[in-house]
Write a protein that binds this ligand. Structure first.
Ligand SMILES: [Zn+2]
Length: 257
């Protein structure tokens, strides 16, 4: 049951984090909004303000329409991930890894801010990929995004794969695109290995990743949800911390204020 007030809830979260040996974190857009990366469907969301952007991110439109691809490349040039810095929420999770308590970090985000905050790449499971690589839809060749964006800046409005001439996109999961089964299996498996699951900044509406919460619970883990508003899984949580993640998460991890 959620604790009766915020101070009690923070104390409880701090105690559980101190006691846990195998913490698994699941993060969503809400942990990166304080770094200036907007979410998609919230009031300030990318698609709320620019419905055409949703069309750009649908794989069928992207593959079929060169104009959609050209617009997508222009948008990638100014993606907020290029200038975003990790915030205190990201740094709290890096600190948990330093303490040897973080078993895995599953993220729905594509910004690599967890790695920039200090989490090791092999501990971060990116279920939606990363915007910091480009990939070829035909042959699967992957390149640093910065290198591909240089080609766009140099006049290639819709750069083709240098290996096979195929269509390039960011190495992210677009709408209409299948998830990578091995990555999802890995995420669901680490959930069952946790003794404490921290769900942070995710509305927990998107399956199969949201299934980590019931999976962790069934395996006996405690579940703590940090989010700015209610999530689809609040009734499964042992504890709810509702408010700014950049304040609540460091406080729960015992970091100085
Ligand atoms: Zn290719």
């Amino acid at each position: 049951m959620p604790a009766p007030n915020a101070t009690d809830a923070l104390d409880t979260a701090r105690r559980w984090i101190d006691d846990a040996a195998r913490i698994v974190a699941l993060t969503g857009a809400g942990i990166s909004t304080e770094s200036g990366i907007p979410d998609f469907r919230g009031p300030q969301g990318v698609w709320t303000r620019n419905p055409a952007a949703e069309k750009q991110s649908t794989i069928q439109h992207y593959l079929a329409d060169p104009a959609v691809r050209r617009a997508a490349w222009q948008a990638r040039l100014t993606h907020p991930a290029w200038t975003a810095r990790p915030n205190r929420g990201h740094r709290a999770l890096a600190e948990l890894e330093q303490r040897g308590r973080l078993h895995a970090l599953v993220t729905q985000n594509i910004d690599e801010l967890h790695q920039h905050a200090g989490n090791s790449a092999d501990r971060v499971i990116e279920v939606h990929g990363t915007v910091r690589r480009s990939m070829c839809w035909q042959c699967g060749d992957r390149q640093p995004m910065e290198r591909t964006l240089d080609r766009v800046r140099n006049g290639e409005a819709d750069p083709a794969c240098l290996q096979c001439g195929g269509i390039l996109k960011s190495d992210t999961i677009s709408f209409g695109q299948a998830l990578v089964p091995e990555v999802i299996d890995h995420a669901l498996r680490v959930a069952t290995e946790a003794d404490l699951l921290l769900a942070i900044g995710s509305t927990l509406q998107v399956y199969p990743v949201a299934g980590m919460v019931p999976a962790a619970r069934r395996a006996g883990a405690r579940v703590v949800i940090f989010n700015a508003e209610a999530t689809a899984m609040d009734e499964l949580a042992d504890l709810l911390l509702t408010g700014p993640i950049g304040e609540l998460l460091p406080a729960a991890c015992g970091l100085p204020g």
